[in-house]
Design a binder for this molecule. Structure first.
Ligand code: GLU
Ligand code: ZN
Length: 294
């Protein structure tokens, strides 16, 4: 085998809140094929930093499903639950640079602002007595990036507001962990669902502050169910069957508008994936899903 091209490192970063479903298979497959077609590495990172949302055993179930679908990763799996020290160190650095502040706002108080934090606590000077989160002071600036599927993107940061990096319940926030770990793992290319598109400017800004290099992005169209809503663990998308991976791999390739070989059911999972690596064309992926897929 050729030695891997270290100029491409991709990753799949599932949250173990339940088993893999069809939507997450599409994301895993796309990032896998993109990495392998570039001769790069493909890593798996388990984003297990939110115990209240996790399901016991889900991390192992996800890894077994990836194996059954032929999506074999490089190196050891990174578990975010082991990474507290790195997250803590980044928070300390940002705190020292006076980029963080404590926020005691309740969810109820923020409801009318629809996800955009209006900065109520920015100027609090004392450490609050009640539980508080830590927010990142974010300037008025527009973050731009050129997404390989969604095209040119521009997000004014002041429409998003100051991100939470440490939650009131003491848990590290996804936005912090993902940036620290993408840098630690040397990720050059992020291929993931468009539901995370508006997290990207937050992550880009934090990367810039910490002097990390910027990965390339490809945000996939979101897979819809029969009712036209997003397939997710919350709306009970079915767990992937482990005993018969070919039909769903074929559907996942179709969802990505990739070609499917003739007599595909005569192939093994490994030969289908190799064929798909050889025929991978990210340019044919639509930016949005036209027809709801089951
Ligand atoms: N853990 C996140 C999720 O499952 C994905 C993180 C990412 O790809 O950046 O939604
Ligand atoms: Zn506040």
């Amino acid at each position: 085998m050729n030695s891997p091209d270290t100029s491409y490192t991709g990753r799949f970063a599932p949250t173990p809140s339940g088993p893999l479903h069809f939507g997450s298979l599409v994301a895993a497959l796309a990032s896998y094929l993109d990495a392998r077609a570039a001769g790069g590495q493909w890593l798996v990172r388990m984003e297990d930093i939110d115990p209240p949302r996790e399901q016991p055993g889900a991390a192992d179930t996800i890894l077994r499903a990836l194996d059954a679908y032929g999506l074999h990763w490089d190196g050891p799996v990174m578990y975010q639950s082991n990474r507290s020290e790195a997250y803590r160190a980044a928070l300390d650095e940002l705190k020292q640079r006076e980029l963080l502040y404590s926020c005691t706002c309740s969810r109820k108080k923020l409801t009318p602002y629809q996800g955009r934090y209006p900065g109520f606590c920015r100027h609090l000077s004392e450490i609050p007595q009640e539980p508080y989160s830590l927010r990142l002071k974010t300037p008025t600036r527009t973050v731009t990036f050129d997404d390989r599927i969604q095209g040119k993107q521009a997000f004014p940061l002041d429409e998003i507001g100051d991100s939470i990096l440490l939650r009131k319940d003491g848990l590290f926030a996804y936005q912090l962990a993902v940036v620290i770990d993408d840098a630690e793992q040397g990720i050059t290319d992020i291929v993931r669902g468009s539901d995370l598109l508006d997290s990207t400017p937050r992550q880009q800004y934090l990367r810039q502050l910490l002097d990390f290099s910027e990965p390339a992005y490809a945000h996939l169209p979101v897979i819809l169910n029969d009712n036209g809503s997003k397939l997710s663990k919350q709306n009970h998308a079915d767990a992937l069957p482990l005993d018969n991976p070919l039909p769903l791999l074929v559907r996942a390739l179709q969802a990505l508008s990739q070609p499917v070989p003739e007599s595909v059911y005569d192939l093994t999972v490994e030969t289908l994936l190799q064929w798909s690596v050889d025929h991978w064309n990210i340019e044919s992926i639509p930016s949005r899903m036209g027809i709801p897929l089951k």
